[in-house]
Design a protein around this ligand. Structure first.
Ligand code: SF4
Ligand code: SF3
Length: 541
């Protein structure tokens, strides 16, 4: 296997003998083969599109299959065997329609391959289709192809979340197909590869806009909300991942059953949505970011539901309590589907739950674009009156590396006349710190999940309009942490928007060659994080 799509990759280079994330060789190989099948499917879909043939079901399938290969989503070989079979059937169906319409298809392996009929055979086939097999004239072009592929995985995640709630745009699907098809194109130039990477950022912005419309359309605009970190006596279910619809379904199905629902990790911002916070039994938030789940899930005395990434190997002590749904999978872990959470509820009722109330701190969430723009006038006045000196967007993924302490220390050292905007699971490094307020405006504003990066972009654009300057001239600095491929997609969106001087950590992506990094540094001033002291000094002077 050869996988280097996430920040955790072995030795900062690549996982070649099993993933640091727990992805075994056979699953890695099946994921490679699935991408290979999708490259064939997308090549057929792109040719079909030129003849006005669009198959929405195949489009939806493509983003689900791609999302399944995102880090920490699905570790279940059987599910990938099924997805590979579906991809090939859909590929052949579309290819037939292209030929029937008088079109032709390129002669590439991804269009011709037939899946083996055994698991071992598929794994062996996958071994020849990995990232290194993509044709490219040089290492920099290959690096850009991989960057595009990982960006597309992030787009696919957002597109799937949006689609589940009824928001779709055919242009997003068309670009996903075009981007995947380009993986097999041996003639892509450096300029064309860079163009596709930046276009991926643009398409990701549109996709995040769809997701924002989906979430706010279904559950209302988040409002600032205090969330308890304590627990209530009684039966309990913990919901992790990112999926709002699953949480809404579970809240509805547990109504009046005496079960309290707690959010974990990236589900924390759900407390801010009017149509979710209205449930009295949405009791609070339990735990921190994904990499702490082995300890936190082991201590949770109820059932646990994983709605999306990031799942880790379930420990024996809670293996019978954890359920996956949607695209998440782990071999031999119970999977619920069709929005029926009956088995999760049954398990929660069998388990003891919390035996007593425990009061905890509370944290604030819900400062998404609508809430922040509601106080934009006060914010602008505070900047003009010099009460607010600078904004820091300290956002992105969390992870297990010790170097991630940088983000905690950075926020601790941000001067008292500055505001910290945050989103995604990286915030758990500092989410419960009381940073106080400036003129009634909290100094720590949680804008939501990684899926809500659109809110941060809209706030930055609104501030730039209010001050009559470009985003790069605003007193705003982005200090980002990445782990998986949604973060890669967001980074591409920021580059597409021309945002400069982003600080990125805890390490730079292994899939970026020195040549590509040079382009990013020259054109965008992107830089690795150093120390909180040095970076704050460089930013604030
Ligand atoms: Fe390694 Fe990350 Fe790939 Fe897992 S997803 S195999 S940790 S690079
Ligand atoms: Fe976190 Fe997995 Fe990226 Fe959603 S939960 S930000 S890592």
């Amino acid at each position: 296997m050869f996988c280097y799509q996430c920040e955790q990759t072995a030795k900062g280079e690549a996982c070649t003998k099993g993933g640091v994330c727990g992805k075994p060789h056979d699953v890695a190989s099946l994921q490679d083969l699935l991408i290979h099948a999708l490259i064939g499917l997308s090549t057929a879909a792109t040719e079909a599109g030129k003849r006005g043939i669009v198959d929405r079901e195949t489009d939806v399938f493509t983003v689900k299959a791609l999302f399944s290969t995102l880090t920490n989503v699905n570790f279940d070989a059987a599910r990938f065997v099924d997805l590979i079979g579906q991809a090939v059937r859909r590929r052949d169906g579309l290819a037939d329609r292209v030929r029937a319409a008088g079109g032709s298809l390129p002669d590439i392996d991804a269009l011709g391959f037939r899946p083996a009929d055994s698991l071992e055979g598929l794994v062996a086939q996958g071994e020849g289709t990995g990232l290194k097999s993509y044709p490219a004239a040089n290492a920099d072009i290959l690096s850009l192809k991989h960057t595009l592929l990982f960006g597309l995985k992030g787009v696919a995640a957002y597109a799937d979340h949006a689609q589940i709630l009824g928001q779709e745009d055919p242009s997003v699907y068309a670009f996903v197909h075009k981007g995947l098809a380009s993986m097999a194109d041996a003639g892509v130039s450096l300029e064309a590869a860079l163009g596709l990477v930046l276009k991926c950022g643009e398409i990701n912005l549109r996709t995040m806009e769809l997701l924002d419309a989906a979430n706010t359309g279904a559950y209302g605009h988040p409002v600032p909300t205090a969330v308890s970190l304590g627990v209530k006596k009684g039966k309990a279910i913990l919901v992790s991942g990112h999926d709002l619809k699953d949480l809404a379904g579970l809240l509805e199905q547990t109504r009046g059953k005496g079960i309290n629902i707690y959010t974990h990790g990236e589900m924390l911002p759900c407390h801010g949505y009017p149509a979710l916070k209205k449930y009295d039994h949405l009791a609070g938030h339990y735990g921190t970011a994904w990499q702490n789940q082995a300890k936190e899930f082991a201590e949770f005395p109820g059932a646990i539901l994983m709605t999306t990434n990031c799942i880790q190997r379930p420990q024996p002590v809670y293996r019978d309590n954890i359920f996956t749904t949607g695209l998440v999978g782990w071999p031999d872990v119970a999977h619920v589907s069709g929005g029926d959470f009956g088995p999760v509820i049954k398990r929660a009722l069998e388990l003891p739950g919390f035996t007593q109330d425990v009061n905890g701190k509370s944290v604030m969430t819900g400062f998404a674009r609508n809430a922040v723009m509601g106080v934009a006038g006060a914010v602008v006045e505070a900047v003009k009156g010099k009460q607010i000196r600078h904004f820091f967007l300290v956002a992105g993924c969390d992870g297990a590396k010790p170097g991630r302490n940088y983000y905690t220390q950075f926020v601790e050292q941000v001067p008292a006349d500055c505001i910290v905007l945050t989103l995604a699971c990286g915030k758990f490094r500092f989410f419960d710190k009381d940073l106080g307020t400036i003129g009634g405006i909290p100094r720590l504003l949680d804008m939501g999940q990684c899926n809500d990066a659109y809110s941060a972009i809209q706030i930055a654009l609104a501030l730039s309009k209010a001050f009559g300057v470009g985003v790069n001239e605003l007193p705003l600095s982005m200090v980002l942490s990445w782990y998986e491929q949604k973060a890669a997609a967001i980074l591409l969106t920021l580059l597409y928007l021309g945002i400069k001087d982003i600080r990125l950590g805890p390490s730079l992506p292994a899939f970026i060659t020195p040549g590509v990094l040079d382009v990013l540094v020259k054109n965008f001033g992107i830089k690795p994080i150093t120390t909180p002291e040095a970076d704050l000094k460089a930013i604030l002077g």
